[in-house]
Design a protein around this ligand. Structure first.
Ligand code: DC
Length: 421
């Protein structure tokens, strides 16, 4: 699983190798990576809104650093820089507390680099990179070695071929490849003999690009599977996730707490204005009577207006995945990726009923189905931001599609978007 700042580091790294300026909006502290990129000849500055503006010199054109490069405790950075230095004809020393992955020196030697490290096998790592790096062709590669091999392949003469056990790519590598394609590199990805094989053509001309701030809108009716999909997309692409239904649920709960009635529009608007983020973390926001009351308060324009800024700010800088009813139509009408997840009313009622059964809550199927119908009708028929698919949303009907298949389809679309396909 990625944290947002982990996802951004691939983009920062490739930006430092690309010709021309890249703009990367990245959360988290990337100072160690940025210092390393500067030491290798890239320029990097941060805009007032936090966006990194980076310009590299191109693959093959790194400058030799005039001091050791510190990687701190970051194994990803150690692996990525080792792959980069091993494939460029320069001399550099990596220091830090990060543990040197088993087999990393041997991997670098196999592409033609000279490597020196203490007898204990740890750090520092002195690398005299290959003059003409050989491409790696390895099966069963994984973990940090795959990161080093992928990065080394950028300046290798020929095609680097990495085969991973199983048909799923490790998430870290999938993200690295998706990001790399966004910079214009040619990477193929096939399944051969039950192994996932990626092939990278060496010495591509990486061109600067804009990355970050990706907003994914996931709308749809209750129990269609949008929460599951949104959560998995967020984890896969290292984006923050917001279940916007919780905002409306929390407003309904605040109205009840104050002894009010969700039919009272003023009381609901007042609750929406004093909503704090921590109210959405309460444990009593699911199930009746909050389900119906959330739908009821969601119909008031003043309630919706009070919640708009919070939702936009949530994903404004670094992007995010938001699920709800009006994300693609009202909150982020310009989101580049929109899904409308739906399923037949019967399938959704059945899922909700099974969910309650699994939690040990006795529930009557007919009553659940009736409540579902009434909530759908209310959410879809209201005048203010009714639930509807945006014109440019991809509709995923999960009546006969399981959660894994829906996720694979959606994640593929996001990867294609990142890759600029
Ligand atoms: O997604 P959910 O079932 O937790 O949402 C509960 C209710 O909140 C839903 O019936 C309508 C309302 N809602 C909304 O009006 N707009 C959103 N973006 C999200 C939820």
């Amino acid at each position: 699983m990625f944290k947002p700042d982990q996802a951004a580091r691939w983009a920062l790294l490739f930006a430092g190798l690309a010709i021309g300026e890249s703009r990367i909006s990245a959360s988290g502290d990337h100072s160690v990576l940025i210092a390393a990129l500067r030491a290798l000849g890239a320029t990097a500055r941060q805009d007032r809104d936090g966006t990194w503006v980076i310009a590299g010199r191109g693959i093959g054109a790194l400058t030799e650093p005039d001091a050791v490069i510190a990687v701190g405790a970051d194994r990803w950075l150690l692996a990525a820089l080792a792959g980069l230095l091993g494939s460029h004809p320069i001399f550099a020393v990596l220091t830090g507390d990060a543990e040197c992955p088993d087999g990393l020196p041997q991997l670098l030697q196999s592409i033609g680099a000279l490597v020196q490290h203490p007898a204990s096998g740890g750090m520092p790592l002195a690398i005299a990179g290959a003059c003409d790096a050989l491409p790696i062709d390895q099966s069963g590669i994984d973990g940090d070695l795959a990161i080093a091999a992928l990065v080394a392949g950028l300046n290798a003469r020929g095609v680097t071929s990495l085969a991973f056990a199983g048909v799923e790519l490790p998430a870290e590598i999938a993200l690295g490849i998706a990001t790399l394609r966004g910079f214009g590199a040619e990477v193929t990805d096939d399944v051969d003999d039950g192994q996932r094989v990626i092939r990278l053509r060496g010495q591509p001309e990486l061109r600067g690009c804009m990355i970050g701030g990706l907003v994914i809108a996931v709308d749809g009716p209750a129990a269609a599977g949008k929460g599951t999909l949104a959560r998995r997309l967020a984890a896969e692409f290292g984006l923050p996730y917001l279940d916007t239904g919780l905002l409306y649920r929390a407003v309904a709960r605040l109205v009840f707490d104050a002894g009010g009635d969700p039919a009272d529009a003023d009381a609901a608007a007042e609750a929406a204005r004093r909503l704090r983020p921590e109210d959405t973390a309460r444990g009593d926001l699911r199930g009746p009577p909050v389900d119906g009351a959330a739908s009821q308060v969601g119909a008031y324009p003043a309630v919706r207006a009070a919640l708009v800024d919070f939702q936009r700010q949530f994903a404004g800088g670094q992007g995010g995945v938001l699920d709800g009813r009006d994300i693609g139509t009202v909150i982020f009408p310009d989101a580049p990726i929109k899904f409308f997840v739906t399923a037949s009313a019967d399938a959704r009622s059945r899922r909700r009923w099974l969910e309650l059964q699994a939690r040990g809550v006795a529930a009557d199927f007919d009553q659940i189905a009736a409540e579902m119908r009434s909530r759908d009708a209310n959410d879809a028929a209201r005048a203010a931001a009714p639930m509807q698919a945006a014109a440019d949303a991809v509709v995923l009907d999960t009546t006969d599609l399981d959660a894994d298949a829906a996720f694979r389809m959606a994640a593929d679309m996001v990867r294609r978007h990142i890759a600029g396909l």
